[in-house]
Design a protein around this ligand. Structure first.
Ligand code: PMT
Length: 409
């Protein structure tokens, strides 16, 4: 990347603003104005439906450039306009993005200029959804969003509130000033830019016989949210994952592991050059001493399973002479802080994030979590919130503490 003034991250940035046909299109005019004022170069592409809500002249006046809307309008000398726009843009932001547009994006349609430009670009795509709350909640919209998210599309909003149709609920497009902040954040170099971050997530499975195993209730949600947050903070992320049902986050290298021993091997292989190691996996502490080669038959009334300790991956990494900044998790059902501090000291960690794992509000397989984050000379409580959000806060704390460590280069 060329050198830029970080106080004006949007100066000279080439942004393509896509406008689809929703009532929120009027807010996009303000967004266009704010982006231009912040120094960005803007081109605007409107869908046919958007033209019903707002005239292109408005965007032309605000962006200082003619507005494109059709693949075949004959206004352009350039028959390959979508390719040129796709190559020109450093970011494509579609605001508003209607339910119809999201569905078409998810399906990969290319039957208008905006959609074909999106298909032809290698640049990041962000969407600011805007629709009726029921349409936002509809299963089809959820599926479209999930597919887009898995492809790394940035979803900014929507907000909840009163809607143009009279309903109240989630589906309002974010305010232009908030979207401007999102764009700014997108272009700001993250605090982990240039850093390599290795993390573990999910459960492990310890074989009893070829068809049975010992495991736990970890879903991987916490670790995967951390992987995404670290990626968004600019880190190169390697995720060593136990068996979970989550797709690999876009832009993250995922390495699959089944048992604690597999996970240890993968972590040690990936460790060279790692700056930060986060152990969010729920690694089994014990495994069957002698997994049976054949399925164990049901015969005796009692069956004793001898268990032996698994390797402690985190303690091993933290004990190395040349070690990364090590962050552990503590999963506790009581005396959270007491046990977490014990693990911080015993495993010689730089930081530990403690969560409760009992009861309805327990961290396992829940979308929300709350954390007590503890390090040698400080601590902070992160209140209950979605794992995606708490992960961002935790990554910001880790980046801050990492930058303060005495041997940081
Ligand atoms: O996956 P989710 O459903 O989203 O749930 C999230 C979570 C509860 C699994 C997560 O937030 C969490 O707490 N992960 C750590 C679970 C755990 O194993 O905690 P522990 O207190 O038993 O272990 C302490 C630390 O040592 C952990 O960082 C663990 O990854 C690590 N460890 C433990 C044992 C072992 N053999 N190797 C390890 O590296």
């Amino acid at each position: 990347m060329n050198s830029r003034d970080n106080s004006t991250p949007l100066q000279g940035r080439r942004i393509l603003l896509g406008v689809s046909g929703g009532i929120a299109a009027y807010k996009s005019a303000e967004l266009c104005r704010l982006l231009v004022k912040a120094g960005a170069e803007l081109r605007v592409v409107m869908t046919d439906a958007a033209l019903e809500f707002i005239r292109p002249l408005t965007f032309q006046a605000l962006s200082g450039h003619p507005v494109a809307s059709s693949l075949f309008d004959g206004n352009s000398d350039d028959a390959m306009e979508h390719i040129d726009l796709a190559r020109w843009a450093e970011l494509i932001l579609i605001a508003p993005a209607t339910a119809d547009l999201l569905a078409k994006l998810a399906e990969g349609h290319a039957d208008n200029l905006l959609l074909s430009t999106v298909l032809a670009t290698r640049s990041p795509l962000a969407v600011a959804p805007a629709m009726n709350q029921q349409m936002w909640a509809a299963a089809a919209t959820r599926e479209s969003l999930l597919r887009l998210q898995h492809r790394g599309v940035l979803i900014w909003g929507p907000e909840a509130g009163e809607q143009a149709c009279g309903d109240t609920g989630e589906g309002r497009m974010c305010e232009p000033a908030d979207l401007l902040d999102d764009v700014r954040r997108h272009f700001e170099p993250g605090p982990l830019q240039g850093r390599r971050l290795l993390l573990t997530a999910g459960p492990t499975r310890e074989a009893i016989d070829p068809v049975r195993f010992l495991s736990n209730r970890s879903s991987g949600k916490m670790g995967y949210a951390l992987a995404e947050a670290a990626r968004d903070a600019g880190a190169e992320v390697v995720l060593v994952s136990g068996p979970v049902c989550l797709p690999a986050p876009a832009g993250v290298t995922r390495i699959d592991a089944v048992s604690a021993e597999d996970m240890r091997r993968a972590v040690l292989e990936q460790l060279p050059e790692t700056d930060i190691f986060i152990a969010a996996a729920a690694v089994a502490d014990y495994r069957p001493a002698q997994p049976a080669d054949q399925k164990i038959k049901k015969s005796a009334d009692r069956l004793n399973l001898e268990l032996i300790r698994t390797p402690d991956i985190l303690a091993e990494v933290a004990g190395l002479a040349e070690r990364p900044f090590c962050v552990g998790f503590a999963a506790e059902t009581r005396d959270l802080e007491h046990y977490a501090r014990g693990k911080l000291e015993r495993k010689r960690l730089d930081m530990i994030a403690a969560n409760r794992v009992d009861g309805e509000q327990g961290a396992f397989d829940n979308d929300d979590n709350e954390l007590a984050v503890i390090w040698a000379d400080g601590s902070i409580e992160l209140p209950r919130q979605p794992k995606t959000r708490i992960a961002r806060e935790l990554i910001a704390i880790i980046a801050d503490q990492f930058s303060r460590r005495p041997n940081d280069d």
